[in-house]
Every structure is written in structure tokens, then in C-alpha cells.
Design a protein around this ligand. Sequence first.
Ligand code: ADP
Length: 633
Amino acid sequence: MNRCIPVAVMDRLRLVVGLCVCALLWTSVPVDIAGATERSDVKRVLLLHSFGREFRPWSEHARSIKATLERLSPWPLDIQEHALLTARFNNPGPEAPFVDYLNSLYHGRPPDIVLSIGAPAARFVQKYREELFPETPMILTVVEQRLVNRVDLTDNDTVISVRNNFLAAFKNVLQVMPETQTIAVVIGASALEKFWLEELKRELKPLENRVALVYYADLPFTEILKRASALPPHTVLFWGLMSVDAAGVSHEGDLALRSLHAVANAPIFSYQEAFFDPETVGGPMHSIAETSEQTVNAAIRILGGEKPGNIKVEPIEFSAPKFDWRQMRRWGINQSNLPPGSEVLFREPDVWEQYRWPILLIAAVILIQAGLISGLLHERRRRRLAEVESRQRLAELAHVNRYSAAGELTTSIAHELSQPLGSILTNTETADLLLKGTSPDLAEVREILADIRRDDQRASEVIRRLRSVLKKTPFEVRDIDLNNTVREAIGLVEAVTDRRGIALRFAAASGDLYVKGDPVQLQQVILNLIINAMDAISDADDKEREVNISTARLNAHAEIKISDTGPGIVVADIRCIFNPFFTTKAQGLGMGLAIARTIVEAHRGEISAANQVSGGALFVIKIPLALAQSSTA
Ligand code: ADP
């Protein structure tokens, strides 16, 4: 005893501990009672597998039955599973130890229901019912109706059987793949498999003339794999069962089917949905959902108190055919060959289904873009046509304008022509006189003839120039030397300037000055500007009378300057002199500068007007140099 604690305190401590223990006992009693009540509600289910827990198709049926039962049962469940592994061997050992084991587990506390999966498990529970579960209701499920032991059935049993319709399954193969010539059946050599081999042969008799049936029942599985990997064309494999092969080797779970699928060079068919994904092609098969639904339905009724013997279920047939789209694609199976009402599963969405929205979006963008492009092309074509038309109009207008300019030059042209013509006449008369003489000086006559020829050439030149400026030509662009163009234009007006006492000076840029242009139209521009300059100077009296023309190369442009010593342009008019019909002259038309600007702009150039500080107007034209020139400039 701890001497540090007084006796009174110790008494109080004892009291508190005592109260706590009482409280604990008090609260634990109802919990235990509640637990006992719950447990009395629990239904104990014994699930007995035939070939082990992972042996298809039974494993798939068992899994589905268990899951459906857990989902639909109104009671809490205690499901215990056992596997009758002995069914997997050719010479099963004694069953007694397994019976003892089950007896030790369930003696005195039998399950509420026994569910046997597959024929071997059904046979086992029927054989040992008295010893193991004499009063327990039983459901013998997933048993082929031919294997049901009806003799030993009691009132306490319900049978959920299936019917293997091999003929229908094989006919399906021939319908789906009509070119099939051989069907190789994969089946083992256990007692059960031997039974099914005989049944298959008997049932498939009607097909013997239609297709060659080969049975691999007497081959070791390794040999079956070898053959399956090198089958001739138009051969199909049919998967029966492989628990023990002809060499006595027993096979684990569904490994055998997976190995066959891995090596086979032909499609594999079967009659069990459990083999469907991903190894077999499909067809009419036993539906896992249907057998488990029927089994669970019966189980719930029995657990609810119904007599098992009263529950009668017809053997379950194959369900509606199902096919694996991936297998169909692999083996080239046409959808039109499938029996009516078939369901195609695992269909991979095609590109359209997978990328519908991006495709639609891209198509919309392309359409919009195509629309825009065609709109722009149309617009461009319209502009081109308009440009062509406007050029044509310009050419016509320019032509008219040239006529009016030529009109102004008529006097000077006449003068220019009369000079050589007059000389020709005088020279001809002189030559005539000389020849009439007794001893004509032939050397002189020859000189006179040379003069006549020169004067004739001068006259022809005047006429050529006039004709060239007056000819009606469409706008036609070529490489031209601007210096030459200016010189030609000057040639046309020289006589006029001489007569009016105006000095016409031309300072040409050194070398060629090539631009892309129409020589007649550019000549017309220069002619117009010179005539305007002359007109301006005529008005001014006592000043220097000069028209200066120069050409120059400026970066990528050719430049023409035309200045005069006239009074210049009225400052307020500078803005409008390029407008059509603007004139300050009594007889003026006001079209010269408007046409000049249109022509220059058609050459991608520009024209400007200003007054010089020293007096007089200055017109500047800039035209892009031809490509070859601009790159060397
Ligand atoms: P028009 O010669 O029939 O008048 P233009 O279009 O050739 O038509 O000229 C328009 C106007 O620009 C002229 O009337 C004149 O007032 C002015 N102009 C043109 N060149 C000169 C110049 N060198 N000096 C002064 N004014 C000019």
C-alpha cells in the first residue's frame, strides 16, 4: 500500500473504480445482445467449386453468382467457398479427407444453403449429402442437363441446368465464316472431357458432309499448340475444355486457352461467354448473367423459406449471339454474315467517332478559309478587270489629249516640215539648172543630192515622231530608257521653243535609266509639262525664258525634273492643279495634269508640283527603276 495516500482518499478511489467497472459492464451488455441478434440474421452460404477457384468457365459463373447474391440478398451473408480440386485430375485420390474436413467445419452448424458450381461439385454434394448436410437445402447450378444425377435428387434440391447446343454453335461458325473447310476441336482427355467428346461427335453428325471435323483429344497440349500455330487456311479452332490432356498433364486455370490464343493462326470459337473476352470470336453462348440471375433468384426464395423441390427451372439455352469486333476485324469477318439479332461488342470508335468535333472544327475552318480565299480572289479579279478597264480609258483619254497637244504643236511641226521641204525644192531646182548646163559639175550635183537626202530624212523623222505620239496604242509596259523617252519628247517641241525664243535645256543622267513603262504615255506626260512650262513663260515677258529638264537616279527611282522661269503656280492652286478640268487658261481644258498624274501612278510612280525659290514652277516625277537597274543602283 502506498503510504503517501490517506485512507479516506483510498476509499473514495475504490468507490470511483467500482462505479466505472459497473458502468462498463452495464454498457457492454446491450452491445452483446444486439450482436447476437444480428448474427442470428446472417445467412451462411457454402459455395462449392468443381475445378478450383480460377477455372473458366465455372470460376466466372461463381464470381457472378456471389456478386449478385451479395447485391440482392435481403439478409447479411456469410459466404464460404471451397474447391473440389480432385475433379481436375484423371485419377482423383480419395475424397474422404475433404469430406472429413468439411464435416469438421460444418458439423452441428450446417450452412443455410449449399450452392454447387458445375457437374463434379453437384455429384459430390449429392453423394455426401447424408453425411455432411442432411437437412441443408442445395442448389446444383451450372450443370449441363445431361450430367444431372436425377436419381439422387431430393425435395431439398433445386437444379439450375444449362443445355450445350453444339450443333447451333458449329452452325454459327459456318455462317459467320462460310469459307471454313476444317474445324479443329480442342478438348482434353479426362473422364468428363471424354464424355463430351462423344457427345460432340454424336451431335455434329449432320455437319460431317459440310465440314471436316478434327478432334485434338488424343494429343498432348504442347502438340495442340504446335498444330494451332500452323493451321492451313480456312481452318477454325473450337475450344471445348482442357483440364487434363492426352499426356495426362492437368492444366492450371485458364492458362491453356490463353496459350492457345497467343499462338493460333486461326480464329477460336466457343460456346461459353466466360471464354469470350478476349480469346474467342463469339456466337451463341451460355450467358453468365442469366445463370447467375436464375441461381440467385432460387437461392433467395429458398433462404426465404420456400421448398427447393418446388422451384423448377428449365435448362438454360444459349443466349442471343455476341461477337467481338476486334476479332471480327482480325479475321476479316463481315458484319453481314452475323446472324440476325447479334450484338457486336468492343467496337473501337473509328476516326470519325473519335475525333468528330476536331474534324468538324477543322472542316469549318477550312470552309471559312476557302470562302475567304475565293472571296479575295474574286475581289482581286474584279480589281484587275477594273484596272484593265481604267487603263483602257486612260489610254483613250491620253490619246485624245495627245491630239490636242499635237494641235498646239501644229504650227511648229508645219514649220519644221516646211524647212526641209523648202530646201529640197531649192536643191532640186539648183540641180536641174546645173544639169541643163553644157558641162555640169557632177561633184556639185552629188553634193546637192546628198543634201536632198538629208533634208528628206529630217522631214521623215518629224513625221515619224508625230505619228508615234499620235498613234492609238493600248497601255503596254516594257523596259525603256527614260533618257531616250525625254529626248524624243524634246525633239517634238524643240521647233516651238526655238520659235518662241525659249531655251530648252536637258541634263540627262549619265548611263541608262531603265524603267518599266509605256514610252508613248510617258512621252506624253513630259510633253504636257513642257507645253505648260512654255505657256507659263509666254505669259511672262521680260524675264529669262528657260525650260530646264533633267533626269537622275535616286536609290530605286528614276527622277525627271521640269522647271521653268515662268511666274510659277498660284499658291492656292497647287492643291488643285492635278484635278480634272482645273485650268487657269482661257482655252485650257484642264485635263493635261490630271492625265499626267494618272499615267505616272499607273507606272507606280508619283508626280508633284512646287514653286522654286528663284521663281517659276518645278514638276518632279519619280518612277521605280526596272528591277535589274534598281539592284545595281
Ligand atoms: P490646261 O493646260 O488645259 O490648263 P493642265 O491640267 O495641263 O490643263 O494645267 C492645269 C493648270 O495648272 C493650268 O491651267 C495652270 O494654271 C497650272 N499650271 C500647269 N503648269 C504650270 C506651270 N508650269 N506654271 C504655272 N502654272 C501651271
